[in-house]
Unconditional design. Structure first.
Length: 766
């Protein structure tokens, strides 16, 4: 703990014309739980009662010092006066009409201790309005991104996006008083916009900066009285001098080329922001302002600087010319466009295709939202598959990201809790598609979606390819006749990442989708549940499906036939199959999602012959509930293999399927690695496989082991985490590393789950 002579914090408060606010400001500091501070309140010859109020506080609390300047010098001079008298380890600048929240100083003290006393500590703030509204800052995401790191700002340029004011950070006093242009300390300059100069020079000089995810300052938005609403327009022209001082400072410091580019972009944006405020730069001064802005632009433009995209970049280029006439022409054109757009919004054609297209084009000119991800699965169906698993993992590992789902109206009533939905072909949809940083899908987004700079497309896929995919389909008329392969490749060209669960898939995707995407050999996120589900989960799912204890559940999940898409046609007599197996078994039938409701299947379900699970929202839960899987050529077999439970292949039309659709390997070869278990090509063979017990015999188990080794290479329960870390958090390498197959433990089988319940004390006692 610092001695009384060296408090931890020196809180410097310039005081001028804040009679109605200074008391609240001082009380907010004095009432802090951390007592280790001093307050230096500097009266800058205020004409109201502010000086008397700070004297009152100084008289009753020795930690408050009231300093009265002999002449008014402005906020910068008042701060310099406070710095000269400060004794604390850290300097906290607080404006006299703002306040700090309870616990702020203690939170800062703790964070400074944790990070080894960095030169600057950044913290959050909120804006408060006269109507009681509280608005969060846009700085929180950048501070959150820092986490526990202590960084050099020149290596983390996103920190320059934080509001450039000195009251949302504390400075280590020895750093502050030893820096500056000449090494005799940083000093505030006269005039407005002094904060920008101080922020960008100190951040350039700092080697160690940390962040605190805590709202410290309540930044009061005054309706009047702010210095930024000065009645003298020429006072605002000092913005050019302040920024010129920044670039003069940077000129003397090598290795800051990228830093200069960001500060330059912030400067021009600040120039434009100020120009747009008529109360700062009235019409009579706008020509001179634009001319001077152009001179500063051309003098300091960094080599290789690129203006931002869209209308903002156009404004940059026009401002560079210094031509007021050109700038006004741009403004007039923009106003005309905005007026037309508003009129369009009032017209009956607002919901039309043309309006949506125009709206989407406008939204693409606006900045990308770095914290927005759009998810979709199976062409706008219920959230599921790999995208849902990635979304769930992102909520934990990248909580700064907001996720929205594209879901068709027909599936809107089946949304899982906590899902934010946008409907396709709506204004909300096109805004999200235009602005989101990340676009995640297990199929392709529509052709009308434009891949704009800065966006990241993550293709998760939705299965391991037994059937031919991509450009391979050109050789198979059953599917090629409905496919525009040129359009397909345009969609593939949007991919930045392609997720794979095994080497077979990686090789197929690289070959049949030749594009510049980066393959992520992470495993399928949707399969994580097969290593994380517990015995209780298995019992719960089976109970919800009505599967009684002791019953063997068979999941029958055939794939779609490209030559037979109109309606579900069972490849076997389901009623006979269920009858032949007897009451020991429960048959769960899942028709492919391409098919609608099937009357025959419904009738069988109503008679009790089987359970129709075609509309169950989670195929993963169905797999966890099943003792055995029967499928033909569906990719469900590769996922189910992770559970190390029996798989029976029922392939009554193998020759037709591989002729019409094409396959990547011979599923029926019987070779280890190709075949997952027992093969049946007729209904009688299938029934016999269960009657004889072959479905769960040692021969089938040996085939399954080889199949798992080939196709479950990277599925270990951590695939979603690896995807989030690689794509959303930009971490290099596979993190965490893949767990070897023989060290993984799949979810308990239904039999094991029921056995574990039977051995619980309450069951024994019962």
């Amino acid at each position: 703990m610092p001695s009384a002579a060296t408090p931890r914090f020196s809180v410097i408060i310039p005081v001028y014309g804040v009679e109605g606010y200074i008391r609240e400001c001082l009380e907010s500091v004095i009432s802090q739980s951390c007592p280790d501070f001093e307050i230096i309140a500097v009266d800058d010859c205020s004409q109201d009662g502010s000086g008397a109020i700070i004297d009152e506080f100084a008289a009753r609390d020795p930690r408050v010092r009231a300093v009265h300047r002999e002449q008014n010098g402005g906020i910068g001079a008042a701060r310099n006066t406070g710095i000269a008298q400060a004794r604390g380890d850290y300097l906290l600048f607080l404006d006299g009409d703002d306040s700090i929240r309870p616990g702020s100083l203690q939170a800062m003290a703790d964070r400074l201790a944790e990070t080894g006393d960095p030169e600057i500590l950044l913290f959050d703030y909120v804006r408060t309005y006269t109507d009681g509204t509280v608005e969060e800052s846009k700085s929180g995401k950048h501070i959150a991104a820092l986490g526990d790191q202590v960084v050099r700002p020149a290596d983390h340029l996103e920190l320059l996006r934080i509001f450039a004011v000195v009251w949302n950070r504390v400075y280590r006093r020895d750093f502050f008083t030893a820096g500056g242009f000449t090494g005799d300390g940083f000093r505030f300059t006269d005039g407005l916009y002094e904060d920008a100069l101080m922020v960008y020079t100190t951040m350039a000089a700092a080697e160690r900066v940390a962040g605190l995810e805590y709202v410290v300052v309540e930044y009061r938005q005054r309706r009047q009285g702010s210095s930024m609403r000065s009645s003298s327009p020429r006072k605002h022209f000092v913005i050019f001098d302040q920024y010129q001082r920044i670039f003069d400072y940077l000129d003397g410091r090598p290795g800051l080329d990228e830093y200069r580019k960001v500060v330059f972009e912030r400067m021009i944006s600040h120039f434009l922001y100020t120009l747009a405020r008529g109360f700062r730069i009235p019409r009579s001064h706008r020509r001179a302002y634009v001319r001077q802005a152009g001179r500063v632009y051309r003098k300091n433009e960094p080599k290789g600087f690129t203006p931002p995209p869209g209308i903002a970049g156009v404004k940059f280029k026009v401002l560079r010319t210094g031509s007021y006439t050109a700038f006004e022409s741009l403004k007039a054109a923009n106003n005309t466009r905005e007026s037309a757009f508003r009129a369009l919004g009032r017209s009956k054609r607002w919901g039309g295709r043309k309006a949506l297209k125009t709206y989407y084009a406008v939204q693409r000119r606006l900045p990308v939202d770095e914290n927005l991800a759009v998810y979709s699965a199976y062409w706008g169906r219920t959230p599921g598959c790999n995208p849902l698993a990635v979304h769930e993992a992102a909520k934990k590992l990248a909580p700064h990201l907001r996720g929205v789902w594209v879901v068709n109206r027909a599936h809107a009533d089946r949304l899982p809790a906590g899902i934010t939905r946008v409907a396709p072909a709506t204004f909300g949809y096109w805004k999200a598609m235009a602005r989101a940083k990340y676009l995640v899908n297990n199929v392709n987004f529509p052709d009308a979606v434009v891949k704009r700079p800065g966006q990241v497309h993550l293709q998760t896929h939705h299965g391991t390819p037994l059937k031919r995919m991509g450009l391979d389909q050109q050789n198979y008329p059953a599917v090629a006749r409905s496919m525009d392969f040129g359009k397909l490749m345009e969609r593939v060209d949007r991919w930045d990442w392609s997720v794979s669960s095994n080497q077979h898939s990686t090789e197929q995707w690289e070959r049949v989708y030749p594009a510049s995407f980066r393959t992520l050999d992470a495993g399928y996120p949707r399969n994580d549940v097969y290593y994380r589900a517990t015995a209780a989960d298995v019992r719960r799912i089976r109970g919800a499906l009505g599967i009684a204890p002791g019953k063997k559940a068979i999941l029958y999940a055939p794939t779609v036939r490209d030559h037979q898409r109109d309606a579900f046609v069972a490849r076997l007599d389901l009623a006979r199959f269920a009858r032949e197996l007897g009451p020991e078994y429960v048959l769960l039938v899942r028709a492919h999602y391409f098919y609608g409701a099937d009357p025959e299947l419904n009738a069988l379900a109503e008679s009790g012959a089987l359970v129709d699970v075609s509309r169950h929202p989670s195929v993963e839960e169905l797999c966890l509930a099943a003792d055995v899987l029967i499928t033909d050529y569906s990719s469900i077999m590769f996922d189910y293999a992770n559970l190390d439970r029996p798989i029976v292949t029922y392939a009554d039309d193998w020759e037709m399927y591989r002729t019409l659709r094409g396959v990547t390997f011979d599923l029926l070869s019987g070779r280890p690695g190709d075949t997952p278990g027992v093969i049946a090509t007729t209904e009688d063979e299938l029934i016999d496989a269960f009657r004889s017990g072959a479905w769960q015999g040692e021969s089938a188990a040996a085939l399954r082991r080889a199949f798992r080794e080939r196709f479950c290479m990277w599925d270990d329960g951590h695939a979603a985490e690896r995807v989030v870390r690689a794509v959303f958090l930009a971490e290099e390498g596979l993190n965490p590393p893949v767990v070897p197959l023989d060290e993984r433990t799949p979810a308990p089988t239904p039999e094991a789950a029921e056995a574990s319940a039977a051995t619980r004390p309450e069951h024994v006692a019962g």
